[in-house]
Design a protein around this ligand. Structure first.
Ligand code: ADP
Ligand code: MG
Length: 683
């Protein structure tokens, strides 16, 4: 096998490194470096210039210097913890080399008496003598040392010399790939090849030059490969041929005209997009993205209705039972009674559940609501035509793909999410799906007034909520966990509950990590029924549930949350027709940066804009809570700084899709950059 033309070399494990021992590879593995390719991504942090040498009398203390000396005497104390020493000289003076944890034989080999040797390292002055402890470089060949040597951040326990040797070994063995990009793309990166880019980035003189073409080229490849994989998944799903649904617009519009509101333009537009997919002979795999309260539910129910009218069954999965029930009640209210609607609940009796399962197989149920239970193995459908998944933004590409396989070939898939993400990330996170966006909120929605308050002004907050309670309004009071890793850490919520209970007896309830699921449902249900006024909770109150009567949310320790999270929390209120308020509480005065962030929130009620601004201020990280979804953390590319590259990659993918181009030439790229589990299905 010609190692040079094969990407396998880069994907192979560290045993393929020559002259590198078990100890070193183990240290690398501990740092998460498992393949040769992984090593290449750790770019040098800085370099040490060892090109200039000096005579002993001119040495500068505490600096890295290179000297050429002649060893003339050894001192091997042979007592544990005492170092071995080698006395050396040049024509101008004496220097002592000190070696801890070393073998005599090794020292005699590298520093033979009477031979001219070049050394490099940090010079110290101790007991009237120059000293060099564990020199970094030792060689008979001065030119090997007199260079700029890179410093990598991973060299703890691995000497700089060994690490640099590993890097140059890999760079020498780099496979040469046929260029996978189009001429137009290559022009943008000054025709710099993948190989050259990698090599350039490991050169000392290029350290930190993140705007240069070679850096951009590699960052682009990283973004492009992610998009390409997502695009391939989408194409593959859409290739599946299904029985077309037939839509009766008249009967759909009858339902719409009976609603107690009119649809927004975006609701109409997205419904049309979904309907088109339902009527097409290709399987639908679509995401309905819209900020909290933008009215996604009704759109999904209308799509369900159309599917049912075409003779199919529909399953709608919600993240919680109470939300499933809310959707169920809405469907019951707006659909004609001849449509058979059911809810599978954890609380249903065993007998009832069995009955529902039986009816599903016999197609005596048209529309079923529930949590993940509705997709368990034992749940069988007769003619499932549409799966709707609400508020599951944490589903990663893999989970989504499994879901789409599950429904069978005639089953369309619609996902809904209220988690807005910056525009640049859409293709990375949702690129495997077609996307419909609702950006316009119902006109009846009033903006939520947002204030910030220091915690010692709690009396003002109490006065405010008292007034709201007099108007029979309800309040959410959120106390974040002090330590996310300890889910039982709900002290502050309990304390606040006790405190509020004294002021408002019989009007306060508490939800925290230890509340059982049953209790939780009961509490939320009682809140919905206005049996109490203030709900104190630690965790995020269930996404998506409509509490039309709650119009105030107090968020303590607000700096614990990211802006997008705060926006989502705030979206729990303002769903009814009343004026709503969000009060962000802080323990101490805000820093300038924190003030900036809070102002974004105060001045905008647009989740997309907020997430965009938040990312600009904080970087990508895990601001959106996408970590567990398996969304890739880019190694080089940065969604903020490389915004243009994301746009360029998206354009190029669209071009490739439109021209139906063979993507086999991208195979090495995909293999190198992407998750193998997904790739196996494609390439
Ligand atoms: P989300 O997009 O967050 O899931 P929902 O579908 O739960 O939003 O809708 C939030 C609230 O807005 C519901 O009470 C719903 O009845 C109402 N709503 C939906 N569409 C409209 C509209 N076009 N005009 C007025 N209210 C609407
Ligand atoms: Mg919703």
């Amino acid at each position: 096998m010609n190692i040079k033309s094969n990407y396998q070399y880069l994907l192979s494990d560290l045993t393929k490194l020559r002259g590198v021992g078990y100890k070193t590879t183990n240290l690398l593995k501990k740092k998460g470096i498992n393949t040769i390719f992984d090593i290449l991504w750790k770019l040098p942090k800085s370099y040490t210039d060892r090109s200039k040498s000096s005579k002993i009398k001119d040495l500068k203390i505490n600096e890295n210097q290179t000297i050429t000396i002649i060893p003339h005497k050894y001192l091997f104390p042979r007592i544990r913890n005492l170092p071995n020493r080698v006395f050396c000289k040049d024509e101008t003076g004496e220097i002592e080399c000190v070696f801890f944890n070393s073998y005599e034989g090794y020292i005699k080999k590298i520093l033979p008496i009477g031979k001219e040797i070049t050394l490099s390292g940090k010079i110290k002055y101790f007991r009237n003598r120059y000293q060099l402890t564990n020199p970094k470089y030792i060689s008979e060949n001065a030119s090997l040392i007199k260079q700029k040597h890179n410093t990598y951040s991973l060299t703890e326990g691995i000497s700089e010399k060994v690490y640099n040797k590993i890097i140059s070994q890999i760079l020498n063995l780099l496979p040469t790939f046929n260029e996978w990009h189009s001429k137009e793309i290559m022009k943008k990166f000054s025709n710099i090849s993948w190989n050259n880019s990698i090599k350039e980035l490991h050169k000392p003189e290029n350290i930190g030059k993140f705007r240069e073409n070679f850096y951009q080229r590699l960052a682009f490849d990283e973004i492009f490969s992610t998009f390409l994989v997502n695009s391939e998944i989408r194409k593959k799903i859409k290739k599946i041929k299904k029985i077309k649904k037939k839509i009766n617009i008249e009967s759909q519009n009858k339902i719409i005209s009976n609603l107690d509101f009119t649809l927004t333009n975006d609701q109409k537009k997205t419904l049309k997009e979904i309907n088109n997919d339902l009527c097409s002979s290709n399987k639908m795999f679509r995401l309905l993205q819209g900020d909290v309260g933008s009215g996604k539910t009704i759109v999904s129910l209308l799509a369900s209705y159309n599917t049912i009218m075409s003779g199919f069954q529909v399953a709608l999965m919600a993240p919680t039972e109470i939300l499933a029930r809310q959707h169920y009640s809405l469907a019951k209210k707006i659909f004609p009674s001849d449509i058979k609607i059911e809810l599978i609940s954890g609380k249903s009796h065993h007998k009832d559940k069995k009955e529902i399962l039986k009816k599903l197989v016999e197609h005596k149920i048209d529309l079923i609501f529930g949590t993940h239970a509705i997709f368990q193995k034992k749940v069988e459908y007769n003619k499932l035509g549409l799966i709707i998944i609400d508020e599951q933004h944490k589903f990663g590409v893999n989970q989504r793909k499994k879901l789409s396989d599950k429904g069978g070939k005639d089953c369309d898939v619609l996902l809904m999410t209220a988690t807005p993400i910056p525009r640049t990330l859409t293709m990375s996170i949702y690129g495997d799906m077609d996307i419909s966006v609702i950006s316009e909120k119902p006109k009846t929605r009033k903006p939520i007034k947002t204030y910030s308050k220091l915690e010692n002004k709690i009396d003002e907050v109490i006065r405010f909520i008292k007034k709201e309670m007099d108007l029979e309004n309800q309040i959410f009071w959120v106390c974040p966990l002090i330590d996310e890793s300890k889910k039982i850490d709900h002290e502050s919520a309990v304390k606040k509950f006790e405190y509020l209970k004294k002021i408002f007896p019989n009007k306060v309830s508490l939800l925290h990590g230890k509340t059982t699921l049953d209790e939780k449902e009961k509490i939320l249900d009682n809140f919905l029924k206005k049996k109490f006024s203030i709900l104190v909770s630690t965790t995020i109150i269930e996404v998506g549930i409509d509490f039309p009567n709650a119009n105030v949310i107090v968020i303590e320790n607000a700096n614990k949350f990211g802006l997008s999270q705060l926006h989502q929390l705030r979206g729990r209120v303002g769903r009814g027709y009343k004026d709503s308020t969000c009060i962000l509480m802080f323990k101490s005065n805000l820093s300038e940066n924190a003030k900036k962030r809070i102002n974004i929130l105060k001045n905008s009620n647009d989740g997309f804009k907020i997430s965009e601004e938040d990312m600009k201020l904080r970087g990508f990280g895990d601001i959106l809570g996408f970590k567990q979804s398996g969304i890739k953390n880019f190694k080089l590319a940065d969604p903020v700084h490389n915004h243009d590259l994301f746009i360029l990659a998206e354009k190029e993918i669209k071009r490739i899709e439109a021209s139906n181009q063979d993507i086999r030439k991208f195979k090495p790229l995909i293999k190198l950059y992407d998750r193998a589990d997904i790739i196996n299905d494609i390439a």
